[in-house]
Design a protein around this ligand. Structure first.
Ligand code: MV4
Length: 624
């Protein structure tokens, strides 16, 4: 076994690898970019070496630099994680040349699976089912169109070098073919510098079912069952589960055996995933591609098998045989993983950045995370900040476990997709196991309802109570743990911003405020409420220092933010409620409207400008 390995990655996967290495008594070397100085993987590793600036091209993708670090630190092997250099055959080759073991498959295997058409040909020859279509070398438009006709519409045109849904065009009828081909080839050339395409029969309502495989250097190969990863949004996985729901054992075995054929044909070593597309009605399945790395969603396989896949990777890479034979690999219960992304579903899923203020993990779940409290999520890398993984005796129990885990996760300081995830686990078709790749788009109304992230009256009351507690010096508040009660003669109106809207709440003496079943976190003027899987973000609005309020015609920035648009000019005549400008703060856009009819008196801001808390945005002079 190795005594020291280098991890050529960052984030949760680097942390995950360090954890297993440590348990096996293997020393770890982390590498980091300037943006990750002090990141969790750097803190966890035994040694950490800077490899360059924030941009991945200049740091995590610098194979030469990383190999030099391995040599200098005496690491005998490099684990590439996923993404970055994990499926780069030149890097795998360079490691070998440098006498460092690449913890993954051979450069030849990476190469063989690198182009979709070649991969399909190899699999087809090995007896693995592939989608009917055209894989030929002839790339002229006339040939491709004739072949598409033979396959039968609808067809998909796919760039052979494509990935992640890029370079793919659906063609419903022959008359659309030429235009789609031109567009597909143009996109493929721009993205992959390779405009070769193939034609496939289009599978409607498919499921994404993939099989975890492992091979060793002694010619052994096994499958560790399948995962369903159909719940995706724009080719980004959101929820993964193992085993795939609703599949007869016969199909599951056929999937596994097809995947092992692939392993044997390639003399594949280490962890890999064979991705199939499955007809959700007939369960007919076809090879799509092979991922020659450990994948993000490997934990669900670990949960149902009880195995540590990183440990298997390290054992196989050091020359050991696979730890278990096929019939010794367990498959117990059901597991789910959700990807907690720093993104705002209520704002077109825009990636979010910031500092994690609070992060409390539920006890019942496994959390594979890149961050802890006070860690920064930057714009430089993937917005996935943690994976929440649970296991149950069966799928129903696993759903309940995940519902509980999503209700009990408390993360503030940054907007995440937590409530969106909770809504998935409440959706009735999902609960039935009725999943396919169109699920998220089809159920958008259930997953992203109009009241997503919206506070109700009790939320506002609870937030107001918490906000005024220090004002009262503690004496006028009665607390029995679950309930707060305001005593004395007290009445106060507070204003909160919630999803871009101003909401007033008046609290007074005698009000008993249930905080039961709510977790409330206060970070300065930001209050976040967690209630039944909902995440309600409130910002206490405090008028500017000069006391001016919108009603007086002077609009003051309630917090730091950015001016998105200015719709009026200085001197303009405006009518009551006319939109004047749009400000974005706390990831919310607020439209500021005229409080009364008048003229624009002062307008010190322009679109694109950052404004400080309390800055004057606009002032109106009332019409005579
Ligand atoms: C398909 C397909 C339907 N028919 N191929 C999308 C990305 C790439 N990995 C394969 N993809 C698809 N290939 C045929 N012949 C539908 C998809 C597809 C998809 C596949 C898996 C997961 C999510 C998806 C979302 C849209 C389309």
């Amino acid at each position: 076994m190795f005594t020291k390995i280098l991890i050529a990655n960052r984030g949760e996967i680097a942390c995950r690898i360090i954890q297993t290495a440590r348990a096996m008594g293997i020393a770890t070397v982390a590498v980091y970019s300037d943006a990750d100085k002090g990141a969790r993987h750097v803190r966890l590793a035994d040694e950490a070496i800077r490899i360059g600036p924030a941009a991945s091209r200049e740091s995590y993708l610098r194979g030469d630099t990383i190999i030099n670090v391995a040599k200098k630190t005496g690491a005998e092997a490099i684990h590439p994680g996923y993404g970055f250099l994990s499926e780069n055959e030149d890097f795998a080759k360079a490691c070998q040349t440098a006498g460092i073991k690449f913890i993954g498959p051979s450069a030849e295997a990476i190469n063989a699976m690198g182009l979709k058409d070649k991969a399909k040909e190899i699999m087809s020859a090995a007896g693995v089912p592939i989608v009917p279509g055209y894989l030929g070398a002839k790339q002229d438009a006339a040939t491709l169109k004739t072949e598409a006709g033979k396959v039968g519409y609808p067809v998909l045109i796919k760039a052979v070098a494509g990935g992640g849904g890029k370079g793919m065009r659906l063609v419903e009828a022959e008359k659309e073919f030429d235009e789609a081909l031109t567009a597909c080839k143009r996109e493929a050339m721009a993205s992959f510098s390779n405009d070769h395409v193939m034609i496939e029969k289009y599978i409607t309502k498919p499921r994404h079912v993939e099989v975890q495989v492992f091979g060793d250097s002694h010619g052994n190969g096994v499958y560790l069952h399948e995962r369903d990863c159909s719940l995706q949004r724009r080719h980004q996985k959101v929820v993964e589960e193992a085993p795939a729901p609703g599949l007869p054992d016969k199909i599951r075995k056929a999937l596994g055996e097809a995947a092992v054929k692939a392993v044997k044909t390639l003399k594949y070593e280490n962890a890999g995933t064979i991705e199939f597309i499955m007809d959700s009605k007939t369960h007919e399945f076809f090879f799509m591609e092979m991922n020659t790395r450990l994948q993000v969603e490997h934990p669900v396989t670990e949960m149902i098998t009880g195995l540590d896949l990183v440990e298997w990777q390290l054992r196989v890479a050091s020359g050991e045989k696979l730890p278990l034979a096929q019939d010794e690999i367990p498959c117990d219960g059901h597991a789910f993983e959700v990807r907690l992304y720093a993104e705002d579903p209520a704002n077109q899923f825009l990636p979010q950045t910031g500092t994690i203020a609070t992060f409390l993990h539920p006890d019942s779940a496994r959390i594979d995370s890149a961050v802890e409290e006070d860690d920064v999520v930057s714009i430089h890398y993937d917005p996935m900040i943690a994976k929440i993984i649970i296991h149950g005796m069966d799928r129903d129990e696993a759903i309940e476990e995940m519902q509980a885990a999503l209700e009990d996760t408390v993360l503030t300081g940054i907007v995440t997709n937590q409530e969106f995830l909770a809504n998935i686990f409440r959706q009735k078709d999902f609960i039935k196991g009725d999943v396919d790749t169109g699920f998220i788009a089809r159920h958008e109304k259930d997953l992203l309802p109009d009241d997503y992230g919206m506070a109700d009256e009790d939320d506002l009351r609870a937030a107001a109570t918490l906000a005024v507690t220090p004002d009262l010096g503690g004496n006028d508040v009665w607390d029995n743990g679950d309930n707060w009660r305001l005593n004395g003669s007290f009445s106060k109106t507070l204003t909160f911003l919630n999803r871009g809207q101003k909401k007033n709440i008046t609290i007074g003496a005698g009000a008993t405020l249930k905080t039961l079943d709510r977790t409330i976190v206060e970070d300065g003027n930001d209050i976040t409420i967690f209630r039944d899987g909902r995440v309600i973000r409130l910002h206490r609005y405090i008028p500017g220092a000069d006391g001016a309020e919108q009603g007086e015609g002077r609009v003051i920035a309630p917090m730091p933010g950015k001016i998105i648009d200015v719709m009026v000019k200085k001197g303009a005549t405006v009518t009551k409620d006319q939109p004047l400008l749009i400000m974005e703060a706390m990831k919310m856009q607020m439209t500021i409207r005229a409080a009364f009819a008048g003229t624009v008196d002062e307008l010190p801001v322009t679109a694109g400008q950052q404004v400080a808390d309390g800055a004057l945005l606009i002032s109106l002079a009332e019409a005579a």
